[in-house]
Write a protein that binds this ligand. Structure first.
Ligand SMILES: [Zn+2]
Length: 321
C-alpha cells in the first residue's frame, strides 16, 4: 500500500505543477487583458488625442502644464478634459523679431545725394507735442528738425500675426493692407516697424561708425551723413509707431511687384511713400521706396495725388504742424 501511495504521489506531482502553471498563466493573461482594456477605456480612443497638434502644451487654467508627446500614452481622464481647450492655449506666440538694424542702402549713382546741410543739432530741433486726441494725430511730422519728446511711447499692437508692431490705431490698417495684398499674391513682409527711442539711438550710433568706415569721414562728418540714412532718436517715424519698412531695405525694391502694389493700393489703407526720390532736399532722407508712413485713409490719396512731400502738403493745406 505504501509503495502504491508513493507511486500515486509521484504520479500526481507533475499534474499538480501543470495545473498550477496553467492557473498562473491564465491569471497573467487575464491581468494583461484587463490592463489593456483599462487603458483603452480611460484613453477614450487614441484618435482624440492624435487629433491634437504635435507637441502642444496643454494647460488647465494656467496651472498644470503637461507636454503631450505623440506616441506616448499619457492617457488619463484629466488629460482628455484638458485637451479640449488646447486650441486657445496653443496659439503660436508672436515670432521673435530679429529686427533688421537699419537700412542697407544700395548706393545708386543716379540718385542725387542728400543735402547734408539739412542736418540740425538736437538742441536746435523743435520738440513736437504729441496729442493723441488731436484730429491730426496721424499727420504729426518728425524729421531732422523736429523731434518727439524722448519719453513718448505710443500704445502698440502687432501687425499681420507677426511680432512687428505699430501704433495701436495704425496696426489694423497694416493688417488689412497685408491681407488684401495676399489675395493678389503679394506678401508685404514687415521688416521694421516700431522702434524704441533707445533702439533708434543705437541704430544711429552704429550708422555713424559705418559711415566713418565706408566714406572715410571724420566723426563729425559721419554724424551728418548717417542722419540722411538713419534718423537720430526721436526724429524717426518709426519711434512714433507710424511707419513700416516693407519687404526690403534696398533701393532696388522700387523694381518689385510688391512696390508696384503699394504704389497702386497703399493709400486705400492710409499709407504713403514718405521719402520720395525727388524730395530728398525737403525730407533730408535718401530715397526709401520701402518706408511707408501712415497718414490716415482720409488724407493718403490726396497727399499721393498732390505729388508733394508730407511737409509740403501740410503747408499747402495750411495745417500747422
Ligand atoms: Zn523706415
Amino acid at each position: 500500500m505504501k509503495s502504491e501511495a508513493k507511486r500515486k504521489n509521484k504520479k500526481s506531482d507533475p499534474m499538480d505543477i501543470i495545473i498550477k502553471l496553467l492557473i498562473v498563466a491564465c491569471a497573467v493573461v487575464g491581468v494583461v487583458l484587463l490592463g489593456m482594456l483599462a487603458v483603452e477605456f480611460f484613453s477614450g480612443g487614441e484618435d482624440e488625442i492624435d487629433g491634437q497638434a504635435e507637441n502642444t502644451t496643454v494647460s488647465t487654467s494656467g496651472q498644470d502644464i503637461t507636454e503631450y508627446i505623440p506616441g506616448e500614452s499619457v492617457t488619463t481622464e484629466l488629460n482628455i478634459i484638458e485637451t479640449e481647450n488646447t486650441e486657445e492655449e496653443t496659439t503660436v506666440p508672436p515670432t521673435s523679431v530679429p529686427e533688421t538694424t537699419e537700412a542697407t542702402i544700395e548706393e545708386n549713382p543716379s540718385v542725387p545725394q542728400t543735402n547734408e546741410l539739412l542736418f540740425i543739432e538736437a538742441e536746435d530741433r523743435i520738440t513736437v507735442e504729441i496729442d493723441p486726441d488731436s484730429e491730426y494725430w496721424s499727420l504729426v511730422v518728425v524729421n531732422i528738425s523736429r523731434q518727439m519728446p524722448s519719453d513718448y511711447v505710443p500704445k502698440l499692437a502687432n501687425v499681420a500675426d507677426t511680432g512687428y508692431q505699430m501704433d495701436v490705431r495704425v496696426a489694423p490698417y497694416y493688417t488689412q493692407m497685408y491681407n488684401a495684398a495676399l489675395k493678389d499674391g503679394i506678401r508685404l513682409t514687415p521688416v521694421s516697424g516700431y522702434r524704441s527711442y533707445e533702439r533708434q539711438k543705437n541704430n544711429y550710433a552704429n550708422r555713424i561708425e559705418i559711415c566713418m568706415d565706408e566714406y572715410n569721414l571724420t566723426r563729425e562728418e559721419a554724424r551728418k551723413k548717417a542722419a540722411t540714412i538713419v534718423l537720430p532718436a526721436g526724429t524717426s517715424e518709426h519711434n512714433l509707431g507710424l511707419a513700416m519698412d516693407i519687404c526690403s531695405l534696398k533701393t532696388s525694391f522700387c523694381n518689385t511687384k510688391e512696390y508696384a502694389w503699394l504704389v497702386e493700393h497703399a493709400h486705400e489703407y492710409g499709407f504713403i511713400n514718405r521719402y520720395a526720390e525727388d524730395k530728398q532736399h525737403i525730407t533730408g532722407i535718401v530715397y526709401e521706396p520701402w518706408h511707408w508712413r501712415f497718414v490716415g485713409v482720409e488724407y493718403a490719396e490726396d497727399i499721393k495725388n498732390s505729388g508733394l512731400s508730407l511737409e509740403e502738403w501740410l503747408d499747402s493745406k495750411g495745417i500747422a504742424y
